[in-house]
Structure formats: C-alpha cells, structure tokens
Design a protein around this ligand. Structure first.
Ligand code: PGA
Ligand code: MG
Length: 220
C-alpha cells in the first residue's frame, strides 16, 4: 500500500520542542510570580495546543482562577522570542523527508501549535522547503484529536483520506486519523502524554522517520 500524500505532525515528530515549551512556561510563570513546573509535567501535558498547556499549568501550580487570558498573552509573546532556541530536529527527519520528496509525495504539516509559530519554527530549523501546506491549531475550527483538521488538510492536498497517511507521535494524532479515515504511522520518540505509544495501533511504529520505506507515489 502506497499513500498519495503524507500529513506530518510537528512537535514530537519532526522537531524536539520540549525545551522550548519548558523555557516559555518558566518565563510566563516567572512574570506571574508563580513557581516553575518541571520537564516531566510539560512532556506529558504538551500536544493538545498551547491554550490547553497554559490552562493545565495554571491549575498544576494552583494559580487563582481568572489568570488565563493574561497568562496566554504572555505565553504567546515569550513563545515568539524563544521559538526554536531550545529545539532540535530529530535524527532521521531530514533524510526521511528527502527520501519522501524524492519519490514525489506531497507533504503537509498539521500541528496543534498555532500556524504562525509553526511556520517560523520550520523556517528556523531549515525544514520549510519540504511542505506544500502548513496548518496549525488555529487554522480550523477544531484541533486534533478531532478529525476535522485532517479532513481539511486532505482537501487542501486534493487527496482522499484513505490514501493520505498521518505520521505523528501521540494518541491525539492516531485518534484524529482514525476519525478522518487516514491510515496512521507513529514515531516512538515523541510525546504521548506519558504513555507508551507502541500500545496505540498503527500501520507501523518507527524509531526514526527515515525508517519509512515507500516505493513511489500513485497518481491522485
Ligand atoms: O500542542 C502543541 O502545541 C503541539 O502539538 P503537535 O505539534 O504535536 O500537534
Ligand atoms: Mg506531536
């Protein structure tokens, strides 16, 4: 089975951004006079968009209610500055993307990160040239794990969901793909809410993106 196009997640799949999230939350919490959160908390909480991360973090540190709007605005300002400074492209990603491009597969990014910082991060990490579309958590009415963003991305790619594979690192990606009717491939090195991603059914579980072996794109 060969796909006609691929949709790739960003955080935890293409780029290890945990350090960025940790740094941005530390700056935001410091501005608010609140205690920092540890790396493990951040790792198991990322993946459902920045708003969710900020809400969960405020609850975790016992912040008073009503702080969200201010915290979210600080978080976004800090994110724009920090973006990419504590992040690294995973081993195997550039070779994997080059191999996929070489066989003519259209590639799109679909992340829960807002589209503007997602595009900026890809640019800062030299990955922006690989993708025909980059969609974020604010590109559509709902985010992953809702299937809507996948269906909309398939529409933009001009491919049927059944011929469009989702490559992600979390059960969010798998759930969204299942709802949309897209086959899913999962990478094992990202963030899955503190759970083992190998327990989530997929076409394959990859330790590196360049382990994906596809023979060539079929026509749409
Ligand atoms: O939650 C986020 O901000 C990013 O998550 P994703 O790139 O893994 O979808
Ligand atoms: Mg992810």
């Amino acid at each position: 089975m060969t796909p006609q196009a691929l949709i790739l997640d960003l955080d935890g799949t293409l780029v290890d951004t945990l350090g960025d999230f940790v740094a941005v939350l530390a700056l935001t919490l410091d501005d608010l006079g609140l205690p920092a959160v540890d790396r493990d908390f951040v790792e198991r909480t990322i993946g459902r968009g920045g708003e969710n991360l900020v809400k969960k973090t405020l609850a975790h540190v016992g912040a008073k209610p009503g702080l969200f709007d201010h915290a979210w605005s600080l978080y976004q300002q800090h994110y724009a500055t920090v973006n990419g400074a504590h992040a690294a492209v995973y081993a195997g990603v550039v070779d994997g993307l080059n191999a996929l491009r070489a066989i003519g597969l259209p590639l799109a990014v679909l992340t829960n990160k807002p589209a503007a910082p997602a595009r900026e991060l890809l640019k800062r990490k030299g990955l922006d040239g690989f993708f025909t579309h980059v969609f974020g958590g604010d590109s559509f009415e709902r985010k992953k794990p809702d299937p809507l963003p996948l269906l909309k991305t398939c529409e933009a790619l001009g491919t049927l969901p059944s011929a469009t594979w989702m490559i992600g690192d979390s059960r969010n990606d798998a759930e969204a793909a299942r709802g949309a009717g897209c086959p899913v491939v999962l990478v094992t090195y990202g963030y899955n809410h503190g759970e083992d991603i190998r327990a989530v059914p997929a076409l394959a579980h990859l330790d590196r993106l360049d382990e994906l072996r596809l023979s060539g794109a079929t026509s749409a």
